[in-house]
Write a protein that binds this ligand. Structure first.
Ligand SMILES: Cc1cc2nc3c(=O)[nH]c(=O)nc-3n(C[C@H](O)[C@H](O)[C@H](O)COP(=O)(O)O)c2cc1C
Length: 181
């Protein structure tokens, strides 16, 4: 079960660089796009950044809706993530196509991926210069949740439970599962 987490530590969901699934709406159709290139930008105010090619359905959806959700899938979803990254939301509703459940956002219009182990809800921060020049989408975090079994005030790889997924490049993924100190 996910619990709400403080916005000031929501950036920690992204610290280890998990592969995320970004969702938003375009003409009422929900998109769900794998994104590996993202980063925390500020904890106060809480802001994150995504690097999304302007040809993607999800880019247009975020600009139209003005908000988005960043959903952190568990490691068991690697094969599905490959599929989600091989189709555009322009051609199909990927939630329906791959039998994935969605749920409404708490503070945004964009839907969330129901089985995510972490969720960050963001409102688009319209910084046109970096958006147009570098395709960097900034989001003000307005709400966040994380799976209580494995997130205290950080991810806890020392505990049993689901794991985040990291993208190494191409079709290869791995799982961080050891706390060193
Ligand atoms: C593991 C993985 C990571 C990806 N990371 C990014 C990324 O950081 N930025 C990006 O623009 N596209 C990235 N992609 C590509 C998009 O997810 C892919 O082209 C997708 O089908 C676009 O869907 P859409 O048109 O519905 O938005 C990634 C794909 C995969 C499989």
């Amino acid at each position: 079960m996910r619990k709400p987490i403080q916005l000031s530590i929501a950036y920690r969901l992204l610290n280890p660089g998990p592969l995320v699934l970004v969702s938003s709406l375009f003409n009422k159709r929900a998109g769900l796009t794998p994104i590996a290139w993202h980063m925390p930008v500020s904890d106060d105010p809480p802001i994150i950044a995504l690097e999304i090619w302007e040809g993607h359905f999800i880019y247009k959806a975020i600009l139209q809706t003005g908000d988005f959700t960043v959903n952190i899938p568990s490691s068991g979803m690697a094969a599905t993530i490959r599929l989600l990254g091989s189709v555009s939301g322009r051609k199909a509703d990927k939630f329906k196509k791959y039998g994935l459940a969605k749920e409404p956002g708490k503070k945004v219009k964009s839907p969330r991926f129901k089985s995510a182990i972490g969720v960050i809800e963001c409102k688009l921060r319209r910084e046109d210069s970096i958006l147009r020049k570098y395709n960097i989408i900034l989001g003000d975090i307005v709400y966040a949740e994380a799976e209580e079994k494995i997130f205290t005030d950080r991810w806890t790889p020392e505990k049993n439970g689901p794991r985040i997924l990291q993208h190494l490049g191409g079709k290869i993924f791995c799982v961080p599962d050891t706390k060193i100190i």
